[in-house]
Design a protein around this ligand. Structure first.
Ligand code: NAX
Length: 342
């Protein structure tokens, strides 16, 4: 076992996703069975008791990999020496709140947290933003941490959307999740996202998902109609469906996706495939440089982080969907700029 524990900071440690995350991280599900973990839970004063209660339960699990747990409402303490920062706590949209108000409220959280990460985190820190609006919150945090931490260390979570897309295909095609590769989520983590199966394959990799769908549904036109009318809206609006059915938002699946995101970024994605994450655009596929946009990505491990999979052919339909979601990201960035945040 490596002796030096990896410091992992979870913001919103008194909230639902934080609660679902911390036990799995402490059990070794994220970084593997050989890496001890030091957990830091950041909360606002109102959330401190809940986070402290969760810390008591962590103690009661006696996890062999968990060296210590700190609960704090001070960002400089929470991010001190942190190697992996999972920014979950955010200001939710409340009744009557305009988009500009929501962006401003979250800028007031992610700006200072970015500052603190820049000031005290480990030089090799990697950050994933879960709290919504996740892409733009990541953009704000990255700008605030600059120039101490390179912007490309900041990512936002679209792995839940990716996993949801795979889940829909497993149901439709009657195959296991490990039989589907090459799905991609493009754009914003919002209803405008584009869940893309154009390059997705089934089984050993020589059968395209689109061809299997066409065979089952009676032709390529019917397959495209199913993708446009059923699959894409269902994936993009799955969060609302969960709230409707469960009576509460996605929690365990969101925590699971955040763990998948960090694990694959740190340990590397399998060589032949890719996953999805929102990363800082370098202009790939015409997405304006600097936006935090979801792409198909690969990682060769911690030192490299996620890199966009380049060179995929995009048809007009895909380009139009990506452009619409990127427009929304540009709108969010411009709204934040207008507030004087960036
Ligand atoms: P909860 O309301 O249960 O928990 C949020 C916690 O964050 C609260 O305990 C609150 O006190 C804390 N908090 C607020 N401001 C803070 C700050 N400045 N510093 C530290 N802690 C702070 O929400 P939960 O269900 O855990 O969801 C958290 C966020 O994840 C929300 O923004 C939600 O919209 C977002 N989601 C993002 C997803 C994604 O795929 N990117 C999917 C799931 C989820 O909807």
């Amino acid at each position: 076992m490596a002796t030096e524990p990896t410091t992992v900071t979870i913001t919103g440690g008194g909230g639902q996703i934080g609660y679902a995350l911390m036990f799995r991280i402490a059990a070794g599900d994220m970084l593997g069975p050989d890496r001890p973990v030091r957990l830091r839970l950041l909360e606002i004063p109102q959330g401190m008791r809940a986070a402290e209660g969760a810390a008591l339960e962590l103690q009661d699990c006696a996890f062999p990999l968990l060296t210590d747990v700190d609960v704090t409402d001070d960002p400089l303490t929470a991010f001190n020496g942190t190697r992996i920062a999972m920014l979950v706590g955010a200001r939710p949209r409340t009744a009557g709140m305009e988009r500009g108000d929501l962006l401003a409220a979250n800028a007031g959280i992610f700006g200072p947290q970015g500052d603190a990460i820049g000031a005290v985190a480990d030089d090799g820190v990697r950050v994933v933003v879960v709290g919504n609006p996740a892409n733009t919150n990541a953009l704000i945090a990255a700008a605030s941490a600059s120039p101490d931490i390179p912007a490309e260390r900041f990512t936002a979570l679209t792995r839940l959307d990716h996993n949801r897309a795979v889940g829909q295909l497993t149901e439709k095609l009657g195959v296991g999740a490990d039989q589907i590769e090459g799905v991609a989520i493009w754009g914003n983590h919002s209803a405008s996202q584009f869940p893309d199966v154009t390059h997705a394959v089934v089984g050993s990799g020589d059968t395209m998902v689109i061809d299997v769908l066409a065979e089952r549904l009676g032709g390529h036109e019917a397959a495209t109609a199913w993708l446009d009318d059923v699959f894409i809206p269902r994936v993009a609006k799955r969060g609302a469906e969960i709230i409707d059915v469960r009576g509460s938002s996605s929690v365990a699946s969101a925590a699971n996706a955040a763990i998948d995101h960090v694990r694959d970024e740190q340990l590397g994605t399998p060589r032949r495939t890719w996953t999805s994450a929102a990363v800082v655009s370098r202009g790939e596929y015409g997405v304006p440089e600097g936006l935090v946009c979801s792409f198909p990505v690969r990682s060769r491990g911690h030192e490299h982080g996620y890199e966009v999979v380049e060179g995929l052919d995009l048809d007009d339909r895909s380009r139009a969907r990506i452009a619409a979601s990127v427009d929304e990201l540009v709108g969010e960035r411009d709204a934040v700029r207008a507030l004087g945040v960036l």
